[in-house]
Write a protein that binds this ligand. Structure first.
Ligand SMILES: NC(=O)c1ccc[n+]([C@@H]2O[C@H](COP(=O)([O-])OP(=O)(O)OC[C@H]3O[C@@H](n4cnc5c(N)ncnc54)[C@H](O)[C@@H]3O)[C@@H](O)[C@H]2O)c1
Length: 254
């Protein structure tokens, strides 16, 4: 049922490493031509590594908070790989700080990248689909933190940004259904990546604390998201839109 993915073109933001890179790999292994967009300069090396799957790839240095950079990047993707029909929005950041000490600047930075960046990239993709006259599938990377509060870390801006991502997902799913663009989100629990390692390496007991809260008994690996992302990108989920699917080893079920 996933054969329709072969030959499609995907844009994956935050694709230089972590969850974005892993999800891009899952798509590439099913024959999807993948463009990675990331602020990290080594995004080009990540794209070269993905090409080992035997598909054309492209790595572009892009800040998802820049409308101009996104417009240029989507034009380049269309020129080099073809008009994209899949978008995975994985670019994101987090800050752990007590809210009594937090600054407007740190709040705004997280909202700007996670929420505004997700919206702007959806918009660039939606315009590309409209102009090319085809539909598409968007997968926004939300978080279980859109609906549950993380402990013991204090991340109010991250929670607010991901709750916003869920609502952007719903609103665009309704607005763009007539264009044939489905918009869903994945909402992972704790997954091992540079984002979580910055906390667990500074505080080794933290990983044990998180593990104790996860019914599955382990912190997730990036590859745990592959099946869900591939499903949401494929026509196997053609009647599924406007949903944020939690994938957290059961964390939020208790
Ligand atoms: N790791 C987890 O436990 C977890 C859980 C739930 C959700 N998420 C979400 O998954 C996504 C990927 O996170 P990750 O864990 O792989 O972290 P990560 O830090 O390894 O990857 C995030 C990527 O986003 C890129 N990025 C940051 N700001 C950007 C910008 N302005 N423009 C373009 N790219 C930018 C980074 O350079 C990096 O490559 C994030 O949205 C994160 O919130 C992660």
């Amino acid at each position: 049922m996933l054969e329709d993915l072969n030959g499609q073109v995907a844009v994956v933001t935050g694709g230089a490493r972590g969850l974005g890179f892993s999800m891009a790999g899952a798509l590439a292994r099913l024959g999807v031509h993948v463009a990675l967009l990331d602020v990290l300069a080594d995004v080009t090396d990540s794209a070269k590594a993905l090409a080992a799957a035997g598909v054309p790839t492209l790595g572009l240095s892009v800040d998802v908070t820049s409308e101009d950079a996104l417009a240029t990047a989507f034009a380049e993707v269309s020129r080099e790989l073809g008009s994209p029909t899949i978008l995975v929005n994985a670019a994101g950041i987090t800050i752990w700080e007590d809210s009594l000490e937090g600054t407007k600047a740190s709040w705004s930075k997280v909202i700007e990248v996670n929420l505004t960046g997700t919206y702007l990239t959806c918009q660039a993709f939606g315009r590309a689909c409209r102009d090319a006259g085809h539909g598409g599938a968007i997968v926004n990377v939300s978080s279980m933190s859109s609906t549950v509060v993380n402990i013991p870390q204090h991340q109010v801006s991250y929670h607010a940004s991901k709750a916003g991502v869920d609502m952007v997902t719903k609103a665009l799913a309704v607005e763009w259904a007539p264009l044939g663009i489905r918009v869903n989100a994945v909402a992972p629990g704790y997954i091992l990546s540079d984002m979580t390692r910055q906390f667990t390496e500074a505080n080794p007991e933290l990983a044990e604390q998180w593990r104790g809260l996860i019914p599955a008994g382990r912190i997730g690996e990036p590859a745990d998201l592959d099946g869900l992302v591939v499903l949401l990108c494929s026509s196997a989920s053609s009647y599924l839109t406007g949903q944020s699917v939690v994938i957290d080893g059961g964390y939020s079920a208790i």
